[in-house]
Ligand binder design. Structure first.
Ligand code: ZN
Length: 396
């Protein structure tokens, strides 16, 4: 077993990561990184890019695990388990709490990152969604990458290299992940999660290669039900009234899902904070500690609120991508293209729409979905953007 097993269909990237790790293992005689100009081997800053679902943060985490593991990423030792749980002392995991990273958050991180590793060969900083850095935060990050601490490795993740400023990008080795083929995702789900292969394949297709999403579709009945609700939109929108109802349903579906995701994260965080302040204890200084906790709790709740906004927006975007994939399938049938359909489990609906409409109107509908995604990203109220969308879908 290896921490890289999870990476479906990314053989080229995995080979490079394994090569880099091998050079740093004690058995190979080297712990010092090679100059970053070299094409292979180890370097201080890595950038993982790829479309949503290609597994860029999974890849970065597997690499972190391999760098910290005494056996190069066995997936089973204490170190690997701690990386999986997010509790490893030499792994700093950074996610934006809100919509973007602020400069203070980044400065704190840079300071912590500069310390020597507590046990192993490296201290690893994993920066998910590095594209969400504010400009000031990017400058703080750039300084850290320009003059790296000798044993610190930076792993940045972003949708594409162009999402980062050139000065940062040019100092990173870029690992580009591709959307894995459905068969590769299905094999991972079948082998690691024990899901029956045919079902795993249908879920992998529906999730368009997004392994986490495919797994959720296969294992969580609520996720499967939400997908069904989204895919009803194209067949139900026939009048203005039904369009408005479909928009409301679309937004509610996304909000329900986002709520489930955030609630799972929120309560453990509040609990951890209460424990850190020793809630329930008595004695001297307790009153003072309680006042400190109130302030910290308020900070936490503010951050949770802003994360909830981000999750809501991301979830709605996911639903819109499902909708776009549905119309893409319709278009493929209309032009007779021999490609794998993402929604082969809804082939009757797809055929009906393909026969009853023209490729031109399908294209306009896809454009309407994409416009809605842009509007949501630009902070237009989700319901308003969704109503504009479903009205365009009725018009065709
Ligand atoms: Zn290990």
């Amino acid at each position: 077993m290896s921490v890289f097993d999870e990476l479906a269909g990314q053989e080229a990237v995995v080979a490079q990561l394994r090569n880099a790790v091998a050079g740093t293992l004690p058995a190979s005689g080297g712990t010092a990184p090679q100059p970053s100009g070299k094409r292979h081997g180890m370097t201080h800053a890595w950038l993982f890019t790829g479309p949503p679902g290609s597994g860029r943060s999974v890849a970065a985490r597997a690499f972190a695990s391999a760098l910290l593991c005494p056996f190069g990423g066995c997936g089973e030792c204490a170190s690997c388990r701690q990386v999986r749980a997010g509790t490893h002392a030499d792994l700093l995991l950074v996610r934006p709490d809100g919509l973007s990273y602020g400069v203070k958050q980044t400065r704190d991180l840079v300071l912590r990152a500069a310390g020597a590793p507590s046990g192993g060969r490296w201290r690893v900083v994993l920066f998910e969604d590095a594209d969400r850095c504010t400009e000031a935060a990017a400058n703080a990050l750039l300084k850290a990458i320009e003059e790296p601490a000798p044993r610190t490795v930076w792993l940045l993740c972003a949708p594409s290299a162009e999402d980062l400023v050139t000065t940062i990008r040019s100092r990173c080795r870029v690992m580009t992940l591709r959307v894995p083929p459905s068969e590769a995702v299905a094999s991972v789900l079948a082998e690691r999660d024990g899901i029956e292969y045919e079902r795993a394949l249908a879920c992998a297709r529906a999730a368009q290669g997004h392994i986490g999403w495919a797994r959720r579709l296969a294992l969580d009945p609520a996720a499967a039900a939400r997908r069904e609700a989204v895919l009803k939109v194209p067949v139900q929108t026939s009048s203005l009234g039904s369009a408005l109802a479909a928009a409301a349903a679309l937004v509610k579906t996304a909000e329900d899902e986002a709520k489930t995701v955030t609630e799972e994260l929120d309560e453990p965080e509040r609990e951890a904070l209460r424990q850190a302040f020793g809630e329930g204890s008595t004695g001297k200084g307790v009153a003072k500690a309680m006042r400190g906790m109130a302030g910290a709790m308020k900070d936490l709740e503010d951050r949770q609120k802003s994360r909830a906004t981000r999750v809501k927006r991301d979830t709605l975007d996911g639903a819109l991508l499902e909708l776009a994939a549905f119309y893409r399938d319709v278009l493929m049938l209309q032009v007779g293209a021999e490609v794998e359909l993402a929604n082969s489990d809804h082939v009757d609906d797809l055929r009906r729409l393909a026969q009853g409409t023209t490729p031109e109107s399908t294209l306009r509908r896809i454009q309407a979905v994409m416009r809605c995604r842009e509007r949501v990203t630009a902070n237009v109220a989700p319901l308003l953007a969704a109503e504009e969308l479903t009205i365009s879908l009725v018009r065709g």
